[in-house]
Design a protein around this ligand. Structure first.
Ligand code: NAP
Ligand code: ZN
Ligand code: ZN
Length: 355
């Protein structure tokens, strides 16, 4: 069903890793010329997601090398194909985790392209319809079909918008789906890139938010981000008071953690949604769900329509990510700091540094 087309290619600068144990380093890559339905984007900022590390190091077992990570992309459009209707040269644009899908299956038609039955195409670590590997945002430009390109507000600070393209939508989508609202007690486990966006979004939706963290030094920030309470989960005395407290928990932890313990913090009939994706499987006792009719669910990023809805919500509520801007040469150091939970709260690469 897919159309194979022969396209001209253009060489651009990027940062890539050659193997699961290798560091990232400069590597030129080829981008296709702007096709009729494509936009070409000069990348200005790219966020650094923990998923970049999982995949660069083949922790999920599906890595393709060389790999150019990066799926939190914002920039300006520098050329457009002749069938483009929604963008023009000079517009700001965003690209998240998806760059293509079949557009025809039941999930694509529902706006859930991430579940495309014929295989969605990831922004990196994926194979596109022409059979070539996709390369992500740690690069100077990217060419993307306009249907997978997002409109970005000129009103928000651009560097803080980049992380919305993954951390924002991944947390917005489950908060919306479970109708998080005023009058509810919501907990966010893990105050990293996803976690800090979840706090801002859940607070904007009207919920009373508690941060459950292993890092005491994030307490003051949690309050500034919009949380009403902060609990250090390594402090047994502190966690005693939160048994059965929450209507909804969003678990963003990137490393193995006890779902049994987390579920004990839910009210009866409450829901915990897992978005954190540690590579190791998690054991869970049936009784952690049975007692209290509790719900455990997962959530994978979000479709294109919902991603635009999230960007519009953030514009309306003046929400951006808290970022530490780095030159691309600091990316390996940044990975180590993320692994040490030492980022407040998202690294964003200034792509000027790669020119
Ligand atoms: P991150 O910035 O590293 O944040 C993860 C946070 O988890 C850390 O800041 C830390 O928060 C907590 N944490 C880390 N190690 C821990 C441990 N051993 N025990 C308890 N808490 C720990 O990562 P991120 O970019 O937000 O991504 C989080 C996870 O979500 C990753 O696994 C990523 O791959 C996944 N992800 C999933 C989706 C999806 O569609 N489902 C999308 C994007 C990312 P504290 O310091 O507060 O404890
Ligand atoms: Zn991500
Ligand atoms: Zn599909």
């Amino acid at each position: 069903m897919y159309f194979y087309k022969t396209l001209n290619m253009k060489q651009v600068n990027a940062y890539a890793t050659a193997a699961s144990t290798a560091e990232l380093e400069p590597m030129p890559i080829e981008r296709r010329d702007c096709g009729a339905a494509d936009v070409e984007i000069q990348i200005l900022y790219c966020g650094v997601c923990h998923s970049d590390i999982h995949q660069a190091r083949n922790e999920w077992g599906n890595s393709i090398y060389p790999m150019v990570p990066g799926h939190e992309i914002v920039g300006r459009i520098i050329s457009v194909g002749n069938k483009i209707t929604k963008f023009k040269v000079g517009d700001l644009a965003g690209v998240g985790c998806l760059v293509d899908s079949c557009r025809d299956c039941e999930y694509c038609k529902q706006g859930d392209e991430q579940f495309c039955k014929n295989g969605s195409v990831g922004t990196y670590n994926s194979i596109d319809k022409s059979g070539k590997p996709t390369y992500g945002g740690y690069s100077t430009t990217i060419v993307v079909d306009e249907s997978f390109t997002l409109h970005v507000s000129e009103k928000l600070e651009l560097k803080g918008v980049a992380p919305l393209l993954c951390a924002g939508i991944t947390t917005y989508s489950p908060l919306k789906r479970w109708n998080v609202r005023k009058g509810q007690q919501v907990a966010v486990i893990g105050l990293g890139g996803l976690g800090h966006m979840a706090v801002k979004l859940a607070a904007a939706m009207g919920a009373e938010v508690t941060v459950l963290s292993t890092s005491d030094n994030k307490k003051a920030d949690a309050k500034k981000l919009g949380a009403s309470h902060f609990i250090n989960t390594r402090n047994a005395d502190a966690t005693k008071g939160i048994a059965g407290k929450f209507d909804f928990i969003l678990n963003t932890v990137s490393a193995p953690n006890s779902y049994d313990v987390a579920l004990s913090y839910l009210k009866s009939k409450g829901t915990m949604v897992v978005v954190g994706a540690p590579p190791e499987p998690t054991q869970i006792a049936g009784f952690s769900l049975i007692i209290g009719n509790k719900n455990l669910a997962g959530s994978l990023i979000g479709g294109i329509k919902e991603t635009q809805e999230m960007l519009d919500f953030c514009e309306e509520h003046n929400i951006v990510s808290e970022v530490e801007v780095i030159p691309v040469s600091k990316i390996n150091e940044a990975y180590e700091r993320i692994l040490n939970s030492d980022v407040k709260y998202r690294f964003v690469i200034d792509m000027e540094s790669l020119k």
